[in-house]
Unconditional design. Structure first.
Length: 362
């Protein structure tokens, strides 16, 4: 393995340590190397806090700080060059006189998108882009989808029986096993929001939290046109905030203070308006857990990027048919007796490849 790739993979590992905490910012990792020795490393730990490059510099021991002007910085995403909640990382790199920077992929944010690299090069820093670009593009796919498509990155998730049914109308049926349930909670940690519809909320009364994992609880979104779900539902009383999408706000004030209402027309433009609202609220990713009708609406409109399909050995013999997801399978594995398939939408794969190609030539 190329030595540069080894250090970049360490950046990826560091970046993933921020999973579930950095949204709407991307996960980023950084490593400082001098003469074949790592002298500092860091990652973006939480939204609003300092970036990976800053943490990498801060981690350098006092006796090694004199080595910074002779070191190489590896970073999984192009250093930022804009003043936001934190100062630009390009300024830090120039201030510390770091002479060389290796980047995996460019930042697709309009204000950056190559400007960070340009600023460094114009100030004499040697910059190489495209190191493990395909892997780097995957790491930042949520953020880049959000800024490029102006909508959240969307994942579909559902469980089905061996004979292709999601459940039985009006009755709660647990299809997948305890290992799949734990993975489902891990998935929730990846996403800023989670969405279900009226029937799922009434039948299963889910909490929609990630109590079996760790990290921030996603914003819970309920599509409930006529407000059929009672204010006593678990999702309103579990940790985190909720948004109820309905045609008319209720008159009652019995809902917890963490529940907000969004009035939208339930027509063919519902999903577009909802996704636009979420984007304005800086909600960069969305996990759609059902039910079947809602999943089918997202699929029909091509409003999805990845899908997680859990298939049990159980047979229901009838019920609510599971939707067909017309994607490309990128992964398949087993959790006990459950089979898990991960699929990517065609345009998602093309978009990720585009980012990798742009970075390789940046």
């Amino acid at each position: 393995m190329d030595i540069h790739e080894g250090y970049m993979r360490r950046c990826f590992d560091l970046a993933r340590m921020g999973e579930g905490f950095t949204a709407p910012n991307p996960m980023v990792g950084a490593v400082l190397v001098h003469d074949g020795r790592i002298i500092g490393e860091g990652f973006h730990a939480r939204y609003g806090e300092v970036h990976a490059e800053v943490n990498a510099v801060r981690s350098v021991k006092p006796e090694d700080r004199q080595l910074l002007p002779h070191s190489t910085l590896y970073v999984s995403l192009e250093p930022c060059c804009i003043h936001g909640r934190t100062p630009p990382c390009t300024s830090l790199i120039l201030q510390k006189k770091i002479p060389e920077v290796l980047v995996s992929v460019l930042d697709y944010t309009a204000e950056v998108k190559g400007r960070g690299v340009e600023i460094l090069r114009n100030n004499g820093v040697k910059v190489t882009t495209g190191v493990l670009a395909e892997e780097g593009a995957e790491l930042s796919i949520i953020r880049n989808t959000f800024v490029a498509k102006r909508r959240p990155y969307i994942a579909l998730k559902f469980a089905q029986s061996a004979d292709g049914f999601m459940g039985v109308p009006g009755r709660q049926v647990w299809i997948s096993n305890k290992y799949s349930k734990r993975l489902s909670h891990k998935l929730r940690n990846r996403f800023a929001a989670i969405l279900v519809g009226t029937n799922t909320a009434l039948t299963d009364d889910p909490s929609l939290d990630n109590r079996l994992w760790y990290g921030s609880t996603p914003v819970k979104i309920l599509l409930d046109r006529k407000l059929k779900v009672p204010d006593s539902a678990k999702l309103f009383h579990s940790p985190g905030s909720s948004i109820v999408v309905c045609e008319a706000k209720p008159n009652t004030t019995d809902y917890p203070d963490t529940v907000a209402f969004l009035e939208l027309a339930f027509d063919e433009h519902l999903l577009d308006r909802l996704l636009e609202h979420l984007a304005v609220k800086n909600i960069s990713s969305l996990l759609v857990e059902g039910g079947a009708k809602i999943l089918e609406q997202f699929i029909k409109r091509d409003l999805w990027d990845e899908a997680w399909v859990f298939t049990s050995e159980k047979r229901l013999g009838g019920g609510i048919p599971a939707p067909f997801v017309p994607g490309t399978e990128v992964q398949q594995f087993h959790l006990g007796n459950d089979r898990v398939e991960v699929l990517h939408a065609i345009d998602r794969r093309e978009f990720s490849s585009k980012i990798a190609m742009l970075s390789a030539t940046g």
